[in-house]
Ligand binder design. Sequence first.
Ligand code: FES
Length: 315
Amino acid sequence: MSMKEVIVTDLVYETPTIISIHLAKLDGTPIGHYVPGAHIDVEGPTAVTRQYSLCGRPDGDDAYVVAVKREPASRGGSEALHQLSVGDHLKISEPRNLIGIADQASHHILIAGGIGITPMHSMARYMDVRDISFELHYFASSEEEAAFLPLLREKCPEKLHAHLGISREKQSEVLKDLVRNAPEGSHAYLCGPDGFMDKVTEILSERFSNDEIHFENFHAAEIDESQNTSFAVELDGEEYEIPADRSIVEVLNENGAGIDTSCEEGICGTCIMSVLEGTPEHRDNVLTPSEREANETMAICVSRTKEPKLVLDYF
Ligand code: FES
């Protein structure tokens, strides 16, 4: 994946643990618009690359904004970004979308848990100025820990439902209520910590189909590799053996396939390929449930196969 160098133009503490980083082009020309819900890869000072949702105005030109939560167990990613100064340089990818506003929906229910507000923030701001029907449910542990809350209260107070410091039981009640009251034609969008996403997905599934639930999750799925076996992959008429201890993308790129990768953890979507034959064993956190069921695409940095052979094509 090609990365471009950008400069840090502003740093804003949204909460005691969440910092907004404003990134502009080195030559000062407009950085460009993006599709609401998009994310970028950011290579930090320690050469660790992570995915972050863009959370400013999608149609603002001056800078991209990402918000980074300082994680106590940071392996050098978030902590290093919290040490940045204005004027520092970083490398970023072009924006990509794993989540976006569904054209076919007549109403949009955005559900954010904690730092999961970031993609919802750009989607809400985009829909608000275009009079697109939406509601935003923002769950956070406290007012102090709720990034962008003052701005959301100012911009779209009637769309915002802030659920601050409520118990897990109350959280379930709120979610069941919003599912019950969702207008016909609604789609739901969620982003937040794993446990939160699981719970929301379970409650949403009582009413919404897989195609009506959209999510973003930048955490790698837990994978047990002890049962891995070797298998064959065919690409462009050539067959390759994928050993038990190697990924498809490693073997294909070693043989000159030139497939872009970024996270190599099944969370960014860069390496997705089309499946022409065979049944993938999906191990990513990128594809939607419908996409997994369809078995027409797979993330080849982590996913493997249920059958002896897969035939793949470029996506
Ligand atoms: S490289 Fe990110 S999903 Fe495969």
